[in-house]
Structure formats: structure tokens, C-alpha cells
Design a protein. Structure first.
Length: 138
């Protein structure tokens, strides 16, 4: 079993599509181990996306991720990382496949509705960034 972290980003929360996105995720067989709605601080967002520090879009990314509430979910499934990335689609919605979350709900490459971990290792790290083991159902 693998773990991956989903963040429903502020644009999707503002569009009131949290329920539809959760339905798309659970229909694909992911189990939700933990879920919460929070508002990220600049420090949280900056640390979470630290790998992108120095890239031209970094400041906009931090600003966007702190612009409203987000829903974070720890997901579990076999091949969770690859299967969830397939479900959300390409970073830029213009390049995302039909029926993906980003094709349906993202507005742009910056405001792209959801986050997904990009490796098994990062899935474990990112779940631990937001959840203690006690908060995850067994
Ligand atoms: P995420 O990590 O949010 O799941 P991703 O893995 O598809 O997205 P990354 O390359 O990790 O894409 O970029 C992280 C986020 O930074 C993207 O989701 C997007 O919001 C933003 N971003 C990346 N590249 C650009 C860009 N060229 N212009 C604007 N925003 C960008
Ligand atoms: Mg990424």
C-alpha cells in the first residue's frame, strides 16, 4: 500500500467543488486515511513547496496557496502516487487529459485545483507534513 497527499487548493474550494473532487477520488478506490480543512500560513506554504524556491512562480504559488482554505487528505491505495497523478492530470489544465480533475476544475497552470505527491518518498513525507500518525485511521 502507498500513501499520497492530496490538497484541494483554494481555487477549487472557492468554486465549491470539494465534494465532486472527493467523489472522483473515492470512485477510483482511494481510501481517505485523514482529512481536514485548513488555511495555510505563508510559512507552511513556503516550506511545503520549498523545492520550488527560487523559481519565477514561487512567490505567486505561496500567495495563491495562502489565499483561502484548502482541504488536505491523506490517501491510501496500491500504486497511490501514480494512480492519483493520473486522476488529477497535467499541471497545466490545457495539457490535462479529459475526465481528469484538473481538466474539469483547474483555471490555469498556477490555479490548478489540486496537489498530488510526485513520488512514493514524497507521499510519505507530505502526509507526515500535515498529519500525525494518531490522526490517520488504521
Ligand atoms: P503540485 O506539486 O501542486 O501537485 P505539480 O507537481 O503538477 O503540482 P510542480 O512542478 O510541482 O507541479 O509545481 C507546483 C505548483 O507550482 C503547480 O501545481 C502550479 O500551481 C505551480 N506552477 C508550476 N509551474 C508553474 C508555472 N510555470 N507557472 C505558474 N505556476 C506554476
Ligand atoms: Mg509537484
Amino acid at each position: 500500500m502507498e500513501r499520497t497527499l492530496c490538497i484541494i487548493k483554494p481555487d477549487a474550494v472557492r468554486k465549491n467543488v470539494v465534494g465532486e473532487i472527493i467523489a472522483m477520488i473515492t470512485e477510483k478506490g482511494f481510501r481517505i486515511l485523514g482529512m481536514k480543512m485548513i488555511r495555510l500560513s505563508s510559512q507552511d506554504a513556503g516550506e511545503f513547496y520549498a523545492v520550488h524556491k527560487g523559481r519565477p512562480f514561487y512567490n505567486d504559488l505561496v500567495e495563491f496557496m495562502t489565499s483561502g482554505n484548502v482541504v488536505v487528505m491523506a490517501l491510501e491505495k496500491e500504486n497511490a502516487v501514480v494512480d492519483y497523478r493520473a486522476l488529477i492530470g497535467a499541471t497545466d489544465p490545457a495539457e490535462a487529459e479529459e475526465e481528469t480533475v484538473r481538466k474539469r476544475f483547474a483555471s490555469s497552470k498556477g490555479e490548478n485545483a489540486v496537489h498530488g505527491s510526485d513520488s512514493v518518498e514524497n507521499g510519505i513525507k507530505e502526509v507526515a507534513f500535515f498529519f500525525s500518525e494518531r490522526e490517520l485511521i488504521g
